[in-house]
Design a protein around this ligand. Structure first.
Ligand code: HDE
Length: 779
């Protein structure tokens, strides 16, 4: 479905009209002029309670007074009021004057100078000159999607058997309610035009448009953070961003200033382990976990509180790319993650995550050997299990990137009754920073009036003015207390839904210091290392070789090895040292924790559900391919939810040996193995002969092998694999049937296609085959 089709579908679904039949605000002006003096752009909405003239009311362009039940479609309906669709319309200026010529400026004679009175030229150019707004200082590059969140009907919540006991947040407890959401995923360090697949943390920010106001859960794809106090954030970001003298490198931590900062900040060690791991190279946004990071509070109707950590778990599993693959993607498919999300939703697959909570009370928190207010620590799942409470589904791409994805503005301070903050000093600092950063990006405190940020819940207050104010607030009284407007809008007691902060008792002296309970930095870094499989450990070591190998100053590399890594694990420090010219340490560091604890939930290898849904599979062929191999394998893979693309030297129709034809979706100039999850070489001697004479197909297979991806070959296709020479891999011979060897599935006779397809689907579900030794493969 094209994006146009998509837009039309949605419009029809909600209004029963096609866009050109509708009378939106923008179009009404262009329609046949049946205007009269009372025709306003928006009919003011009466207050829900029917109160007098001083109480809020309608808001031009976008109503936020959502009357009646809120449902999955509510945000879309609200946005519909500001959608503009030019199809079939006449060109006008911003002020509605029809334009006769938009190619030629108004000149004094044919070859003369342009005239100042050309209002159309001035308006067009002014708009263009002002098209950019400041990019986000961090998380500049991203993509977004609409969807909904719905609590499960029957949450399996263990000792807290009903989450309504611990929170009054309806968004988390009412299974009959689908709350609309907008989610934005992002990289952190790179600027807006950087590559998607850099080694970096990923943002996972969700705006819930709840009936009680907006709740923003602004999280990351890794559960700890780099630093403990918001005061350090500008230093962290200055260190990791391009260096100030030459603005190099872009979107990378691999340079002296970041590792200089890191080597002097032992609190960063735990997060650095995550960033060196495959977590920093997500295969897709839809295959990535999300975390609220901080400890938050849930509050129930009685004002009681429990601590909570939020977890998003993707239905498709948590999967990674490998480093060599990511660097090739920078050039060949630099929108890999952004396009991946857009494409699957447009193709009709709706990515899904489960929201889980870890709940623990103050007494339990006291028992942990870390402080739950310290954001460099996680609450291990071995201590507190994650309890699933609902699902997030993303099912609509935005209509306009700027209006929605660029202008969406998150703020961790947006909470609703039932959800509250903890005293985590990082979270506390964020509560200031996000409002402040939006003022910089939008130049106005009215950023909340932009349609994508506007709540669905009603809002009424005495704010009236400021740059780009959209609402026309009626009445004289814009202050409280007032008598001339019945003292409206009225405050709301807590029992009736007014937000009350948790009544925490605080008693202490003002102090600029770091708590004693924040001083241990290596225990959980070691837990992470212990929990990795050997290939995951090797990935971390390789990443450290790259990152620290880019650091010019020896003393920085030494500090990382001796002061940080050697306090995590001696063997790890030794393996890193060997690759970066640092003398390996003699013995473990003094602060290395004495434990061998593991938490299986930390390894991505334990997050691989048995599914191949949305994986992209390449079939390489040319004229003379074995018809059955292609048609049967293609339908077997598509039945399992995979997306299959035919790749050949040139685009166009390809003929099978038995007369069937297929259309090549991509040609070798544009297609690369790094954009796919697996590759198939079907039989057919003529097709395989052609492929064998070309470099591209052989390179495709060798590179897929190097990146540990599943490979399948049938009949003569097996000869191509033999030619590529895949080390230590068994290829099927005559009479062997289907042979699977480290994710390489082959059958020389190609007879039992059902069994073959099943073996290949299994290999794809495993994602990557780490048992291979691809070092000597030259791809
Ligand atoms: Fe952010 N962060 N952050 N951050 N952050 C921003 O806000 C900040 C932190 C996160 O898709 C900025 O609107 C401070 C943790 C995401 O629009 C800014 C501190 C976590 C996004 C800001 C942190 C995050 C941001 C930049 C330390 C995970 C992108 C533009 C105290 C829990 C949201 C903007 C989007 C964006 C400040 C730490 C996640 C400058 C001061 C921890 C996902 O306000």
């Amino acid at each position: 479905m094209t994006s146009d089709d998509h837009t039309h579908d949605r419009t029809e679904e909600h209004s029963g009209e096609t866009p050109s039949e509708q009378s939106t605000n923008a179009e009404r002006v262009d329609d046949e002029p049946e205007l009269d003096s009372s025709d306003t752009q928006e009919t003011p909405q009466p207050r829900a309670d029917g109160a007098g003239e001083d109480g809020g009311g309608g808001q031009p362009g976008t109503s936020d007074a959502h009357e009646g039940e809120l449902d999955e479609a509510s945000k879309d309906e609200q946005l519909e009021e500001v959608r503009e669709n030019p199809s079939g319309e006449e060109l006008t200026t911003d002020h509605g004057v029809k334009v006769s010529d938009t190619d030629n400026s108004l000149k004094a004679s044919e070859r003369g100078p342009t005239l100042m009175e050309d209002f159309h030229f001035r308006e067009k150019m002014t708009q263009f000159d002002h098209e950019s707004i400041p990019e986000r200082v961090v998380h500049a590059r991203g993509t977004g999607a609409h969807g909904y969140f719905q609590p499960y009907e029957d949450p399996d919540l263990g000792e807290y058997d009903d989450i309504a006991d611990v929170t009054k947040a309806k968004v988390l407890t009412n299974p009959d309610q689908k709350t609309p959401v907008f989610v934005r995923f992002s990289t952190v360090v790179g600027s807006r035009g950087s590559s998607d697949t850099v080694r970096d943390v990923r943002g996972f920010a969700t705006k819930f448009y709840t009936e009680d106001g907006n709740w923003d859960l602004v999280g990351n794809n890794m559960p700890p953070f780099f630093i403990q106090d918001a005061m350090e954030f500008p230093d962290l970001v200055h260190a990791i961003k391009p260096e100030p003298d030459n603005a190099i490198p872009q979107a990378s931590a691999a340079h002296d200033t970041f590792w200089d900062f890191a080597s002097l900040k032992p609190e960063i060690t735990h997060m650095v382990m995550w960033v060196l791991s495959g977590r920093a190279l997500p295969r897709a946004y839809r295959m990535m976990q999300g975390f609220g990071v901080h400890t938050f509070r849930l509050i129930n109707d009685d004002g009681e509180s429990v601590f909570v950590k939020f977890h998003w778990t993707p239905k498709l599993g948590t999967h990674q790319l490998v480093w060599d693959e990511t660097t090739k993607l920078w050039g060949k498919d630099s929108d890999f993650n952004r396009k991946g999300l857009y494409d699957v939703i447009e193709e009709g697959y709706d990515p899904e995550w489960e929201l889980g909570v870890q709940l623990f009370d103050e007494e339990q928190a006291e028992e942990f050997d870390f402080d739950v207010l310290d954001p460099t620590k996680i609450v291990p799942e071995t201590e507190v299990p994650v309890r699933p409470i609902g699902k997030l589904v993303l099912n609509e791409t935005p209509d306009n990137f700027f209006a929605e994805t660029e202008q969406v503005a998150f703020h961790p301070g947006n909470v609703v009754p039932g959800i509250d903050f903890s005293n985590d000093p990082l979270l506390q600092g964020r509560l200031f920073s996000y409002q402040d950063t939006q003022l910089n990006r939008f130049g106005s405190a009215n950023w909340d009036e932009i349609p994508i940020n506007r709540p669905l819940a009603e809002r009424h207050n005495n704010q009236r003015a400021g740059f780009m104010r959209q609402e026309i607030n009626e009445g004289k009284a814009s202050y409280k207390p007032n008598s001339i407007g019945d003292d409206d809008p009225q405050e709301v007691p807590e029992e009736e839904g007014g937000y009350e902060h948790y009544n925490e008792k605080i008693d202490g002296k003002k102090i600029r210091n770091r708590s004693e309970s924040f001083q241990e930095h290596f225990d959980q870094a070691r837990l992470f290392w212990n929990s990795m499989s050997e290939p995951e450990k090797q990935n971390i070591v390789d990443a450290a070789h790259f990152e620290l190998g880019k650091v010019d100053r020896m003393e920085i590399r030494e500090r990382m090895v001796y002061d940080l890594f050697n306090n995590v694990d001696h063997e790890f420090a030794t393996r890193v040292a060997e690759g970066i010219g640092v003398e390996p340490p003699d013995s473990p560091g003094d602060e290395m924790p004495d434990h061998d604890r593991e938490d299986p939930s930390l390894s991505m290898e334990n997050r691989t559900p048995d599914t191949i849904e949305t994986r992209k599979i390449a079939i390489l062929l040319d004229d003379g391919f074995e018809d059955d191999h292609v048609s049967e394998l293609e339908s077997a893979l598509e039945d399992e939810g995979a997306r299959v693309k035919i790749i050949s030297k040139y685009l166009g129709e390809k003929s099978g040996a038995n007369g069937e034809t297929v259309e090549a979706d991509q040609h070798h100039v544009a297609a690369a193995s790094v954009s796919f999850d697996a590759v198939v070489i079907p039989g057919g001697s003529e097709s395989v002969d052609t492929l064998t004479q070309q470099g591209d197909p052989k390179h495709f297979v060798a590179e897929a092998f190097k990146h540990y991806k599943p490979i399948a070959a049938l009949g003569a296709g097996t000869e191509l694999l033999e030619e590529v020479e895949l080390p230590d891999i068994d290829i099927a011979g005559d009479g062997d049937g289907t042979v699977t060897s480290e994710g390489v599935v082959t059958s020389r006779d190609g007879n039992d296609l059902d069994a073959f397809a099943e073996a290949f689907v299994d290999a794809i579900a495993q994602h990557r085959h780490w048992g291979r030794s691809p070092e000597e493969v030259p791809a």
